[in-house]
Design a protein around this ligand. Structure first.
Ligand code: WT7
Length: 631
């Protein structure tokens, strides 16, 4: 196992070592894993191209390390503990032995369907054990998985399938979320209608058992393909820098980008960060409430915990079903020791009152975590008092899809706990704040742009099929640094607080949304001429989506608003629907024709009194109308 830091002194020592000699530091951690052939060089890098390689020429398999390696010492220990959507249904516990068997059977089924090393497989699935099994089965045979969050529309799914040129889609018949059933197979059929020429097969898991339409040449049932397979499958020997997965995420442009992670570095870092940030002990039960469709689920439901031999909970449902006590009831039922969720969930449950958590025995909880967006003071204190009962440190973990793992976080019980601060970088992470010219702000008590100076093992390697985009977005703003896109401040003791995005990306309920992506979707409405999206403060979601829309030939009323919401749902997903739509006659533009979002942000945030200088606008006259029509 990777090193587990247990004291502040040790943290300082490890951090210093990791900066003085990063290669020696990570060599030691990487050597705790099984390599079929050892690596002969730890790190090779330049941030100009960029080209980053870790554990060069090492051969391994991440599932060998997450499963086979544990069989001797903890083969009968629960690896995945699955809690169903409806509390009265049966909990599923898969031991490490059983999970290995299931992964092998699934891997053999993939092979049987013609999936080979390097092929891409898209998973569009509910939060059921078969999703984790499918992901690990890809890794077993060296196929590249790309999980697409099952809330995305057919259009968004087909875009991702085409970008990845996937050969296989895995889905269920229907997903269950609370009292709703979602026709997932139908969405996949619609995506194929839109054109997914690379797809050879669709593997369908019978989940609810409701009937679905069937294409007998391309559709295969999971139980027919998987159940008959042999329970052993050789773990493919993979190069450390072979692709492990592609995960699509939003950026400043309209098109989502496929963030690429490779095997060796991701393996070492997710396990290392998991063990340190959550201080996992052998008999603990750990629960991360994220969906595996996002990076949090990849790194901290599946890989980090399983590589560390942990018991990881997978929850199929939603926090409010059958009641808003569900999270707390699950914590009591399974005696959860580490609980990791998003600020938006905390705020939503906080609004339901504290008598709900007070009804559950939460005494097993030792560590609380948050991720995805800045947590406000009020939510932090509520979480601390009513869930942690004042004795469970909160780890406010800062990271991104691109970073693969947690980069900045308190270490519970080790570093101090300051509300709303992600605090200090983990060992190996050289986090710096810079000014807009790229000068490093070395003093404390400053605000700046968050960058990382040196590579870490789980960092993004490329954006799939478009290396130039990776270079432009992350490595060109500041020479020799990875630019996160976030603004942050350092307090008088150097603790870091991440404030939020400084680019055209908004964060709604911890989900990243490109403003251009939402605008493109709205513009698909036949009567929309132009639109502009900005984020504004929202009590529950953190940021809400405010749309300013110019239409022609359409009534500026709720019918048109409803149609716009339908278009966004069809083009992207329900989570991308604007909370407010204001019809306007013009949008404030600079002389070069760029929308001045700064002004729109002020209007949306109810701060129109401090607009600043608008005289440089091409069309300053439109501003008054926008202010008057604001919600
Ligand atoms: C963006 C990354 C990392 C998994 C979930 C989101 C924001 C993330 C924090 C935090 C303040 C945070 C940043 C970041 N963010 N964690 N603890 N405090 N902001 O992954 O979709 O890739 O989004 O989420 O703005 O850049 P993602």
């Amino acid at each position: 196992m990777t090193t587990q830091i247990t004291s502040l002194e040790e943290y300082h020592k490890e951090y210093a070592k990791s900066i003085e000699n990063p290669s020696a530091f990570w060599k030691k951690e990487a050597e705790t894993f099984h390599w079929f052939k050892p690596f002969n060089e730890v790190l090779k890098w330049n941030f100009e191209e960029p080209n980053v390689k870790w554990f060069l020429n090492g051969k391994t398999n991440i599932t060998y390390n997450a499963l086979d390696r544990h069989i001797r010492d903890r083969g009968d220990k629960t690896a995945i503990l699955w809690e169903p959507n409806h509390p009265e249904e049966k909990v599923v516990k898969l031991s490490y032995k059983e999970l290995l068997t299931e992964v092998c059977k699934c891997a053999n089924a993939f092979k049987n369907l013609g999936i080979k090393k390097g092929d891409r497989v898209v998973l569009y699935m509910p939060m059921v054990p078969e999703l984790a099994i499918g992901v690990l089965a890809c890794a077993r045979i060296g196929a590249v998985h790309s999980v697409v969050f099952a809330g995305f529309s057919a259009r968004a799914l087909s875009d991702r399938v085409n970008d990845a040129q996937a050969k296989l889609i895995i889905c269920s018949d229907f997903n269950q979320r609370g009292t709703k059933k979602i026709p997932v197979k139908k969405v996949v059929d619609d995506a194929l209608e839109l054109g997914c020429d690379s797809i050879e097969n669709v593997l369908v898991l019978k989940n609810t058992g409701d009937s679905v339409s069937w294409n007998s040449s391309k559709n295969k049932w999971w139980h027919e393909e998987v159940d008959k397979q042999m329970p052993y499958c050789h773990a493919e020997e993979m190069d450390s820098e072979d692709l492990l997965f592609i995960l699509y995420t939003s950026g400043s442009t309209g098109k989502p980008k496929g963030v690429v992670h490779t095997i060796g570095g991701y393996m070492v870092y997710t396990s290392y960060s998991f063990r340190n940030v959550f201080q996992y002990q052998e008999d603990d039960v750990y629960w991360c409430t994220a969906d595996i469709g996002w990076i949090t689920g990849h790194s901290y439901i599946i890989y980090g915990p399983l590589l560390s031999g942990a018991t990881t909970i997978m929850f199929e449902g939603i926090p409010t079903h059958p009641t808003p006590s569900r999270f707390w009831q699950i914590c009591e039922k399974h005696k959860v020791n580490q609980f990791y969720t998003a600020p938006t969930a905390i705020r939503a449950l906080m609004a339901c009152g504290h008598d709900l958590p007070n009804k559950s025995d939460l005494s097993s909880i030792r560590v609380l975590g948050t991720v995805g967006e800045p947590i406000n003071e009020e939510a932090w204190h509520w979480y601390d008092k009513h869930i942690g009962r004042g004795k469970a440190p909160i780890v406010d973990t800062w990271w991104q899809t691109e970073t693969g793992g947690i980069l900045i976080s308190p270490l519970p019980g080790i570093t101090d706990n300051k509300p709303t601060y992600a605090s200090y970088p983990l060992p190996g992470i050289q986090a710096v704040l810079v000014d807009p010219d790229g000068n490093e702000l070395t003093e404390n008590n400053v605000e700046g742009l968050l960058c990382i100076k040196h590579p870490w093992p789980s960092m993004i390697r490329t954006t799939y099929g478009d290396h130039e985009r990776c270079k432009t977005v992350y490595f060109s703003t500041f020479k020799g640094m990875y630019f996160t896109g976030d603004g942050a401040r350092k307090d008088d003791e150097g603790r870091i607080r991440v404030i939020g995005r400084v680019d055209d990306v908004i964060n709604v309920s911890g989900h990243r949304m490109g403003t251009a992506e939402v605008e493109n979707a709205i513009n698909e409405h036949p009567n929309v001429i132009e639109s502009a999206i900005v984020g504004y403060p929202h009590d529950i979601k953190g940021q809400g989506i405010y749309a300013f829309v110019i239409t022609q030939g359409a009534a500026k009323d709720n019918t048109t608003r409803k149609e716009i919401l339908e278009v966004v749902t069809r083009e992207i997903a329900p989570i991308a629907k604007p909370d407010k739509i204001q019809f306007v006659d013009g949008l404030p533009k600079t002389r070069s024709g760029k929308i001045m979002r700064r002004i729109l942000r002020k209007v949306a945030s109810n701060e129109a009194h401090s607009l600043g200088d608008i005289s440089t606008l091409l069309n300053p006259e439109c501003v008054q109308e926008i202010i008057e029509g604001a919600f």
